[in-house]
Write a protein that binds this ligand. Structure first.
Ligand code: PLP
Length: 248
């Protein structure tokens, strides 16, 4: 019925990064959709088993949990929720990227707002628009014209040396990388107009697979020295802190 949720977890040398935070969000998303709480011990065991069977230097674990009936990947009989854990190899993303803004809005007050559901078709369409323009991410405003997030990332801007990111009430996902970067750099949650992208000194994205990634072009605007000094520092802090603690 489409009532699915998911998580993408980075695995570094066979160890999942920030797994506790991902499992917390999985549970929150399940509750938001009215699915039974996932059995987190089972999810942890499944992740460990998949990682052990497929050693890759840098991996992306995809956890999908649905209310559906099919036995696919499930040992719960033919009626219960279904958990699938898959692993793909991935590579470190480039330090900078281009983004576009899209004319569609994120609904900051929808039933699914803030839940990591598998209903990502709108994101897929927006991402295709980005790819048409040589970019790797599309950024959404919300229904009141505030900056919100990307299709699979959160967005940060630097204004007068200070780092800002939209608050959760903008409709963005509570990104795990967003949270860690905000804690580790002191970034502030600020309501920002979408237009801030035209004047911000620096812009960067955060996500599980991008980590901290500087933006060197937004629509037609080139940001000459990306990553700028504040973004470069945030990247360094994130790399150091995340290397020191696998489950921060
Ligand atoms: N926003 C959306 C819509 C996402 O799908 C993701 C990716 O999971 C993020 C933001 C970034 O979140 P995280 O840092 O937890 O990967």
């Amino acid at each position: 019925m489409g009532d699915g949720i998911f998580e993408t977890v980075k695995a570094v040398a066979g160890r999942p990064f920030a797994l506790t935070r991902h499992l917390d969000r999985l549970t929150r998303s399940a509750r938001g959709l009215g699915l039974p709480d996932p059995d987190l011990d089972e999810v942890r065991r499944a992740c460990a088993a998949v990682l052990e069977a497929n050693p890759v230097p840098l991996g992306r674990l995809r956890l999908t949990y649905t209310g559906g009936h099919g036995p696919l990947g499930s040992d719960r009989g033919d009626k219960g929720p279904t958990l699938v854990v898959a692993l793909g190899e991935t590579a470190r993303r480039p330090d900078t990227t281009a983004v576009v803004t899209v004319p569609w809005t994120r609904n900051e007050r929808g039933a699914l707002t803030g839940l990591k559901t598998t209903s990502y078709a709108e994101n897929v369409v927006a991402l295709a628009r980005a790819h048409e323009h040589g970019a790797t991410e599309a950024l959404f405003g919300n229904t009141v014209g505030a900056l919100c997030e990307g299709t699979g990332s959160n967005v940060f801007v630097v204004l007068d040396g200070e780092i800002h990111t939209p608050p959760l009430h903008s409709g963005c996902l509570a990104g795990i990388t967003r949270r860690l970067v905000a804690e580790w750099t002191g970034a502030k949650e600020t309501d920002l107009p979408l237009d801030v992208l035209r004047e911000a000194d620096e812009i960067f994205l955060t996500s599980t697979l991008r980590d901290v990634q500087a933006v060197h072009r937004v629509d037609d605007r080139e940001l000459s020295a990306a990553p700028g000094p504040v973004t470069a520092k945030a990247m360094r802090i994130f790399d150091e802190r995340s290397a020191a603690d696998i489950d921060p």
